[in-house]
Ligand binder design. Structure first.
Ligand code: MSP
Length: 661
């Protein structure tokens, strides 16, 4: 059988819609599938949705829907989102699929047959958001989940346990024998030390709710959502014509769920009788994204809603940015400015421009064809360019093999940079002036076209549509992975002379400074009326704006007219239909009690983040009427664009009502 490549993403919880974090994993998986496909591997790319469990059940209830109707609706959003980001999964599995439910029940039964599932009682602190029990020592402030920073709940129920402890030694042996099982390396140490500390048996069923896969022979129990969910990777292929893809070659997961995938998951499989070589080959944990340096809380999400980004910036451009900007195993930051900067400098000004510079010579002097190379004109520069491109293509291939797409793409761009340099040095505009040098001109343009062809392959995993458009202009067909056919650029000179080229529109949009301001305004700077933010445009990286620009000096007496007080937020809530506003009660130590303040900070802060915070309040501002009975009795000080505002606070706590001066 041909060499296969089975890549998976986590299946996403349907209590959320696709966001940049889930898009990131999916894009990375898609890019790996494409790249391995170009190398001739038979690929299979699986994604899907995780639809059972208490968290989903509660989300459905909150929406006034049955769980089934709710999961159908949200799962469809995931399925429809990925193609819009040019992701092409071969299969989309749902944990509510009959094929999956049957497979999980089979796996369960195999674990029972191995004597690894037994009945007992389970009680402890449970985080519904994680769907996980916590030991008291791992909680924050005694009762708060360390991941979600929300209160855990005490739960007691009869449960089936999985004998996880039994697999501790075999897991350690697995990590030792197969270091690539947990990647990147730093993460492996984390998993190792966790397992070495000792594994406790795992509660794998629940009786307190019914939205899950029934335990075979004991339908009062539904399976623990992670036992259910992890099995998806198996249920998508087991007993089907795709069974030969088992085991997964690459399981991409966020670092938050690495333990589930590198401890529980292989242990379940071991229990079910899978030999070590039948276990997944590599679980790779990628880092977490922040947005303009901030944690990607729900309030920030809408400015990086992936489909909106794709519409305005281009799906390929967003894919490229994420893969190029962030080293896969590390945390990274998304910013619209950086997205624009990379699109502009690396894609438009380097790759797009190279095509744009070379094509007119083919149109004007070379009969709209790929010219032939005249060996008489192949000199040092040509030889150097060829060697450079071959080396960079090989380096890019190796970078993909070692899970470093950012380096692979850097190599691809370097091909275009080198070729732009070659183009400048060879100055075809001078050669073209002399009709006697036509074959020399052809030789130079051939070198540029061939190197663009190489770029079109190297960049294709990240930019499939743009690369196919580039290829179309070079007279080449779209790339299509073919089993056993390695299409990765090897030896120089694959482009055939005589091929008709087909000049077309610029590959990448030219984002002017005006466009940039527009885009940033749309995505980053939204005017906030009730907080004192700078009303200047968002500063670009190159030109930070002085904060005080345009403001005249005032007398100290004028400043003293502003009554700034320290207030403490007692409560905070969202206001229906007002996305940007929060209603706060803020204690200024006044006899009349806390004041109501309406603040335009909802894009940057969730209400619960504010309660208890000490903030600076303009206390003597005339009340402002927001309509519908909403009157604000003061203003909070804050700084920054609306979706990443930072509130002005004090360095150490002070009594409420203290004057700020
Ligand atoms: N349903 C489980 C996974 C079960 S797999 C058998 C789950 N789902 S999730 O919807 O919460 O999505 C988790 C994945 O989304 C993370 O592992 C990670 O891949 C991705 N991300 C979510 N937020 C993220 C960031 N802020 N940054 C990067 N990726 C993040 O966990």
């Amino acid at each position: 059988m041909s060499e296969k490549f089975y890549v998976t993403t986590p299946i996403y919880y349907v209590n959320d819609v696709p966001h940049l974090g889930t898009a990131y994993t999916t894009i990375a998986a898609d890019a790996f599938a494409r790249q391995r496909g170009l190398r001739g591997r038979m690929t299979r790319f699986l994604t899907g949705t995780d639809e059972h469990g208490l968290k989903i059940d509660r989300s459905a209830t909150e929406r006034g829907m049955t769980p089934k109707a709710f999961v159908d609706e949200v799962s469809a959003k995931f399925r429809e989102a990925w193609p819009k980001l040019h992701c092409e999964p071969d299969d989309f599995i749902r944990t509510t699929d009959a094929r999956h439910i049957a497979a999980v029940q089979r796996l369960w039964t195999r674990c029972v047959d191995a004597g690894d599932i037994y009945k007992g009682d389970h009680e402890g602190w449970y985080c519904v958001a994680c769907e996980q029990f916590y030991l008291e020592k791992d909680l924050v402030d005694a009762k708060v989940c360390p991941t979600h920073k929300r209160e855990v709940e005490w739960m007691k129920e009869p449960t089936y346990f999985f004998r996880l402890s039994k697999y501790q030694d075999r897991l350690l042996a697995l990590y030792a024998a197969r270091p690539e099982f947990v990647l990147p390396e730093g993460r492996r140490n984390e998993v190792l030390s966790f397992v070495r500390e000792g594994l406790r048996d795992l509660s794998v069923s629940r009786t307190s709710f019914a939205w899950g896969v029934p335990v075979p022979g004991d339908p009062a129990h539904v399976m623990y959502v992670w036992f259910d969910a992890l099995t998806n990777y198996l249920s998508a292929v087991e007993g089907t014509e795709n069974e030969g893809f088992w085991p997964p070659d690459l399981q991409l997961v966020g670092k938050d769920i690495l333990r589930f995938h590198t401890i529980y998951w292989p242990a379940f499989l071991m229990s079910a009788g899978f030999a070590d070589e039948q276990l997944p080959r590599s679980v790779f944990a990628h880092g977490f994204l922040t947005i303009n340096g901030q944690k990607m809380g729900k309030s920030l999400r809408n400015t990086v809603e992936p489909l909106r980004l794709a519409e305005r910036f281009g799906a390929d451009e967003v894919r490229y940015f994420l893969l190029r900007e962030i080293a896969l195993g590390q945390d990274g930051d998304f910013s619209h400015r950086k997205l624009i900067a990379r699109t502009r400098s690396e894609l438009a000004a380097t790759v797009g421009n190279l095509l744009h510079r070379a094509m007119p010579f083919a149109t004007k002097y070379l009969d709209e064809r790929v010219p032939a190379v005249d060996e008489a004109h192949v000199g040092e520069r040509e030889r150097a360019l060829r060697a450079k491109c071959e080396t960079l293509a090989a380096d890019a291939g190796r970078a993909w093999d070692s899970f470093e797409p950012h380096r692979a793409l850097e190599c691809a761009i370097q091909v275009a940079i080198e070729t732009n340099g070659y183009f400048d040095a060879r100055a075809p505009w001078t050669i073209a002036k002399d009709p006697a040098r036509l074959s020399e001109l052809g030789t130079v343009i051939y070198h540029v076209f061939e190197s663009l062809r190489i770029c079109s392959v190297l960049l294709w995993p990240a930019l499939p549509t743009k690369c196919d458009a580039l290829r179309a202009q070079l007279g080449l067909s779209p790339l299509q992975p073919a089993v056993d056919q390695d299409q990765w650029p090897g030896a120089w000179g694959q482009l055939l002379a005589g091929t008709a080229v087909s000049p077309g529109a610029p590959l990448f949009r030219n984002i002017t400074r005006e466009d940039e301001q527009e885009l940033l305004k749309e995505f980053v700077v939204e005017s906030v009326e009730t907080v004192a933010v700078s009303k200047t445009e968002a500063p670009t990286e190159a030109s930070p704006q002085p904060v005080t620009e345009g403001l005249a000096n005032i007398a100290f007496a004028d400043f003293e007219k502003v009554d700034l007080r320290l207030g403490q937020v007692r409560s905070a809530e969202k206001i229906p239909k007002k996305d940007k506003l929060l209603k706060l009660t803020v204690d200024l130590g006044e006899e009349s009690g806390p004041r109501t303040i309406i603040a335009g900070i909802a894009m940057a802060y969730a209400p619960e983040q504010l309660v208890g915070k000490q903030l600076v309040v303009v206390a003597n501002l005339a009340p402002r009427d927001f309509g519908k009975g909403l009157i604000s009795h003061g203003m909070l000080l804050a700084c920054g664009p609306s979706e990443s505002l930072s509130m002005v606070t004090l360095e150490k706590p002070m009594p409420v009502g203290t004057r700020v001066k």
